[in-house]
Write a protein that binds this ligand. Structure first.
Ligand SMILES: NC(=O)c1ccc[n+]([C@@H]2O[C@H](COP(=O)([O-])OP(=O)(O)OC[C@H]3O[C@@H](n4cnc5c(N)ncnc54)[C@H](OP(=O)(O)O)[C@@H]3O)[C@@H](O)[C@H]2O)c1
Length: 271
């Protein structure tokens, strides 16, 4: 079987490609603009060429501005359908509701719909928020000792990239499930629990402050955050406040045979 992985030069795609190579018995093709096999989401012809003779595609979602992502994802789905890829394993998000305030819930929901109409069989991983990504929001608490996030008391089932990669690889090695798999960490944590676990990991005081959405947006702007990312982060927390990221599932254990890693074990140590 020939298995291709998009985003193979990145964190998740790179991990999936390594796991599939370690598993052996298959031809594994890593795709990216920088990889051995060139494939650019903006270039349909390059995607078609890269997916020729591919049986299974692990489709790690693109990043950046949502409108451009939708065009890029449409190219990937079209190329997979045109080349007769039998099974697409798609990395989506736990919130894939096109009516959500989160910009990437819209891109993920739209992509899932495109895949459903593509004729390719699918297995969809709806991953919760990656711990390693979320750690970026904790950075400022290192200096200030204060964790200021607009969670509105809601909880998040933070999951490691490693567990997400292991689930994608496991699905790629099996037949299409035709299902959506919610891939989450072992528990859902509120801001107090996140701050307490961070404090234990860093051995330094971290005080949680649930700030209003407008204060968070202003603080991002004051820090010089790029306007697109300010919007994307604000929209993500709007979705968090609606309780869209608090589901906890057993999928990591079911798909990989191993329990998901706890938040405190994945959080990088204080530098
Ligand atoms: N659930 C969450 O918390 C969360 C958080 C952040 C992101 N995500 C999603 O998860 C995905 C994987 O995360 P990650 O940490 O592995 O991201 P990453 O390390 O930034 O990797 C992104 C990958 O996308 C590829 N890429 C970007 N633009 C491309 C293009 N035009 N054509 C072809 N490939 C392109 C990059 O390859 P080249 O640059 O080499 O082409 C790279 O391999 C992200 O892309 C995003 O959709 C989820």
């Amino acid at each position: 079987m020939r298995i291709a992985v998009t985003g193979a030069s990145g964190n998740v795609g790179g991990h999936v490609a390594s796991l599939l190579t370690e598993a052996g018995g298959h031809d594994v093709v890593g795709l990216s603009r920088r990889g051995p096999v060139h494939a650019d989401y903006d270039d349909l012809a390059s995607l078609r060429a890269a997916l020729r003779e591919v049986d299974t595609l692990v489709f790690v979602s693109s990043d950046g501005e949502a409108a451009r992502m939708i065009t890029q994802h449409a190219n990937v789905v079209r190329a997979a359908a045109d080349e007769g890829v039998a099974h697409v394993v798609y990395l989506s998000g736990l919130d894939a509701d096109v009516a959500s305030p989160f910009c990437y819930a819209y891109t993920n929901g739209t992509t899932e719909a495109m895949l459903a109409g593509s004729g390719c069989a699918t297995s969809v991983v709806r991953a919760s928020i990656f711990t390693e990504f979320f750690a970026g929001f904790l950075d400022r608490a290192r200096e200030s000792g204060t964790l200021r996030l607009p969670t509105g008391g809601a909880r998040i089932s933070l999951v490691s990239r490693e567990d997400v990669g292991r689930c994608l690889a496991a699905l790629a090695l099996g037949p299409p499930t035709g299902r959506v798999h919610a891939v989450t960490g072992p528990v859902a944590l509120d801001l107090e629990a996140i701050a307490a676990a961070t404090e234990r990991r860093w051995r330094t005081p971290v005080r949680p402050v649930d700030v209003p959405a407008a204060a968070f947006a202003t603080e991002l702007a004051e820090r010089g955050e790029d306007p697109w990312w300010s919007y994307a982060y604000a929209s993500m927390f709007a979705s968090v406040r609606e309780g869209r990221w608090d589901a906890v599932s057993d999928e990591v254990r079911l798909l990989t045979g191993r329990a998901p890693l706890p938040f405190g074990d994945v959080l990088p140590p204080r530098p």
